[in-house]
Design a binder for this molecule. Structure first.
Ligand code: GDP
Length: 326
């Protein structure tokens, strides 16, 4: 019998890739979407990936428990993926309360709806490497202590622990994926990878003179979202729920990202990248590097796309998009 999945945050980058993966596996896929007066803007990722007519959308919000209960009752999911969040670190200093309401308490709302209406459903929580923040070990694993450095990371830490707690309190099949940064042509333009690949494309086409960035020396372990949603699905196929770090085990600086993206369009990044104070953060996460050993050994998961391949794919997608609009 076909299985049913419910995805919060289905219109985001990971939601689109996960919906596509689950549809290919024969799932019936449902998503929770925030009501908005310009829904076509929100649906663009589902269109880009070609699944907009194959998923069933339900209006709802992570802060609205009764709506979530009704949706879980109607959908009767076998698997629930909680990907919705206020997910941009920089905005979390601007909107710390909203970030806490959505990214932290929102997880409890989804867990409560599942516990009340579909207690046998398997639950995935999108946790984040930002929880490691001021790193306590050079390479971060499931055993590394956390030290969050932004309201976003503090909220994600709550979401992680409430997931662990519901597993231990109620025996729910609830797993937390501690995913390191993952990108794609569907990444929001506010994140540094996409900001840079989009800028390289626009500058190449004469549509922009330069790009302003913040800390060029920040280091991240960047993987491809298409690879990372496979790890989410694998976690829910295990007989016992658990927590897993999902990462590549390799890191690059923002400066190296710039070099790669601009060289993909035969430009020298040094001629076009300017550093602006406005893009610096009140508390920075200087370096993140994940240890994906447990995911590799227990889930049989390995990343397939290299950083270089991913940046090339993102630059080409941004070039094609801007050429269409020229
Ligand atoms: P994050 O790891 O979830 O915060 O992902 P981001 O893509 O937003 O940022 C990754 C790193 O790039 C952080 O250390 C930022 O400080 C750094 N960075 C440098 N310049 C920029 C910029 O202009 N925009 C963003 N978003 N990040 C930047």
């Amino acid at each position: 019998m076909s299985r049913t999945a419910l995805i919060t945050g289905i219109t985001g980058q990971d939601g689109a890739y996960l919906a596509k993966l689950l549809l290919e596996k024969g799932y019936s896929v449902h998503g929770v979407v925030r009501r908005s007066s310009h829904s076509e803007v929100h649906d663009h990722r589902l269109r880009w990936i070609g699944v907009e007519n194959d998923v069933q959308l339900h209006e709802g919000n992570l802060t609205d428990l009764s709506g979530l209960i009704r949706t879980v009752r109607d959908v009767k999911p076998d698997e629930v993926y909680n990907l919705a969040a206020q997910s941009f670190v920089k905005s979390s200093w601007q909107q710390p309360i909203l970030t806490g309401q959505v990214t932290a308490i929102g997880v409890t709302n989804v867990l409560e709806a599942v516990r009340l209406e579909a207690p046998e459903a398997r639950f995935y929580q999108a946790s984040s490497s930002e929880m490691f923040g001021l790193i306590q070990e050079a390479q971060q694993s499931e055993k590394t202590p956390f030290y969050p450095r932004s309201p976003y990371a503090v909220a994600k830490l709550y979401g992680h622990w409430i997931t662990v707690n519901y597993r231990e309190s109620f025996g729910m099949h609830a797993s937390s994926g501690i995913l390191f940064n993952h990108e794609s042509p569907l990444r929001g333009l506010e994140f540094v990878t996409r900001k840079v690949t989009d800028a390289a494309a626009r500058i190449k086409l004469g549509l922009a003179p330069y790009v302003e960035l913040g800390n060029l020396e920040a280091k991240r372990d960047w993987g491809h979202a298409r690879d990372y949603v496979k790890a989410m699905w694998l976690m829910l196929q295990q007989s016992t729920p658990d927590d897993y770090v999902v990462a590549t085990g390799k890191m690059f600086t923002v400066r190296e990202l710039c070099r790669l993206a601009f060289s993909a369009v035969d430009l020298n990044y040094e001629d076009y990248v300017r550093v602006a104070e406005a893009h610096m953060r009140p508390a920075e996460v200087d370096v993140l590097l994940g240890d994906p050993k447990k995911a590799s050994e227990q889930l049989g998961w390995t990343p397939e796309t290299t950083f270089e391949q991913m940046i090339e794919e993102m630059v080409q997608a941004d070039l094609a998009r801007h050429k269409r609009n020229l």
